[in-house]
Design a protein. Sequence first.
Length: 168
Amino acid sequence: MTIQDDNTQGAGGIKFTVNLCDDESPQCSSGASSDYGSGQNTIEQFGFNYGGSLGSANLVGAPSGWSLDSSSNMSVFGTFLYSVGDGPKSDTAEPLVFWILADGDSVADYASTGSTGGQPHSGSLFSVKVAAEGPGAFIGGGTEVPLPGTPGLLGAGIAALGALRRRA
């Protein structure tokens, strides 16, 4: 899954691309026994958090029939503030691509693992409901990307230079 700043659909655009498979997934390589991404398993719902308020007008470019809902329970991954879903199981997507347009937002606004209604998210930034031949499944994941150590090293270097200058 990727989330990126992308204003091609309008100002303040954040583009979501959700794939069940990528080129490096062993379950998706040719000859694999799993049918992830083969057309039998597709995305039915995608849950995420956002630090602000969203409405249906904020969702752009989603597949036909898909809508933005609030407070969606995504099984063991908890209740997320928002979800993009299709309603009927026949209107699934793989990959799922959509934009959220909200003035002043950034990718970091979607990196919340907080909980709602007392239900934990198991540390997941998002959850995907997979429609399948049979019961389907929920997948959750995402990790927050830490800032690199460069700012800390730069600050330590400046402090050391200041200390050396005082001694001289």
